[in-house]
Design a protein around this ligand. Structure first.
Ligand code: PLP
Length: 397
């Protein structure tokens, strides 16, 4: 069995919703992965940010093994220990509140959209303001929340009530606030949008607007949470708290989980019994993995590691920018970095892959680099060396 055999099966049996690299991964350990032919790669974009602790982190694997021996699934009309503990862990790490668990980032945001609609329903408020270049998921509501036309094309009629403004442009937000506005939703660092960081003054002003007008402020931290920016959650860099926080990706350390945390400050009960639900969401298996992720971050001092390695990564990328004229800008925080090029990025990512380094390209020109937060300096240096070699070859034509 070879990669091309698997490619053939994909052609025949998998809907072609993705442009896929001809790379079939069969094994992973930390920041390293191996393909079907046994070739090794350094993975600086592990699972689109899902494997934030690297592949097959032993604490996560053991938690899954232990839980799998006891009980895999408990329906949501009963109690399960792991769900209760993980909700407590999230709330303690973020802010006092209660959690609804789902299976993905899109569903976590879908929960936030439904919450905002119900919250505003008595006063006829249902509109949500989101940012252009954002990404919130692929369900009908979340692709409408996503401020990118290419993602919405062909799916009309879209749900009503979404209005778009520009990240870091306060006036553009104020223009969209009406008597029907219920919430403002944004990513603190736009991931798919090209690693664009929300400015502190902008975010704090949004908090003021929401307080003054009784709107919900919702942060989509599906990509930025769990230590990625050097703090457990990106909002902790901003000195304010949202009303709702959505999580997924690295929360599960590799298994599918989503979560929407609702602040205790919202005193009215909004999503009451029967108003929202999920069959799988928050089952013991995935919550055991989530608990293991928190445990590993704390025990291994991974926030400190993300800060330290993040500084090193930022410095090295800035040095490359000074060296290669086709690098336009380096953006991001800690271990979430974007390198905007003046040339198409996909061929650069392809070339890096051929040399044994996995990175991502988004928005045509932005290389996205998000190594695991427990990465060692040695592996980080080795990966950056491959990136630099790739740039050298491109620079030489
Ligand atoms: C990936 C992502 C989502 C969607 O998550 P899925 O698990 O793919 O549904 C939503 N918001 C952000 C910021 C993301 O990066």
């Amino acid at each position: 069995m070879k990669t091309r055999d698997i490619e053939r099966l994909y052609k025949e049996y998998i809907l072609p919703t993705y442009t896929r690299a001809p790379l079939c991964l069969v094994k992973g350990k930390g920041a390293r992965v191996w393909d079907l032919e046994g070739k090794e790669y350094l993975d600086f974009f592990p699972g689109w940010g899902v494997s934030g602790l690297g592949h097959c982190h032993p604490t996560v694997v053991n938690a899954l093994k232990n839980q799998a021996r006891k009980i895999l699934h408990v329906s949501n009309n009963f109690l399960n220990v792991k769900q209760a503990f993980l909700a407590q862990e999230i709330s303690k790490a973020a802010f006092p509140g209660r959690v609804f668990f789902s299976n993905s980032g899109a569903e976590a945001n879908e929960t936030a959209v439904k919450f905002a609609r119900k919250y505003g329903s008595e006063q006829g408020r249902y509109e949500m303001i989101t940012m252009r270049q954002s990404f919130h998921g692929r369900t009908l509501a979340t692709l409408t929340a996503t401020g990118q036309e290419k993602i919405q094309e062909g799916f009309a009629p879209l749900p009503e009530g979404f209005r778009y403004s520009d990240l870091n442009d306060l006036e553009s937000v104020k223009k969209q606030v009406t008597h029907k506005t219920a919430a403002i939703l944004l990513e603190l660092i736009q991931g798919e949008g090209g690693i664009r960081v929300a400015a502190p003054e902008f975010v704090r002003e949004l908090r003021r607007i929401c307080d003054a007008k009784n709107l919900l402020l919702i942060f989509d931290e599906v990509q930025t949470a769990m230590g990625r920016t050097g703090k457990m959650f990106a909002f902790q860099h901003y000195g304010i708290e949202p009303d709702l926080l959505t999580l997924a990706k690295s929360l599960g350390g590799g298994v599918p989980i989503g979560a929407c945390l609702v602040s205790r400050k919202i005193q009215k009960e909004i999503l009451t019994p029967g108003t929202h639900g999920t069959t799988y969401g928050g089952n013991p298996l995935v919550c055991a993995a989530g608990l293991a992720v928190f445990k590993a971050i704390q025990r291994e001092g991974l926030l400190q590691n993300a800060v330290k390695m993040g500084e090193f990564l930022g410095r090295r990328l800035e040095a490359m920018k000074a060296r290669f004229s086709f690098i336009r800008e380096v953006r991001g925080m800690a271990l979430m970095r974007g390198v905007e090029l003046l040339i198409p990025g996909a061929p650069v990512a392809d070339k890096a892959r051929e040399k044994g380094l996995l990175i991502n390209c988004t928005q045509d020109h932005v290389l996205r680099i998000m190594p695991p937060i427990n990465i060692s300096k040695k592996i980080l240096t080795a990966g950056l060396k491959i990136l630099e070699n790739t740039f050298e070859e491109i620079g030489n034509g």
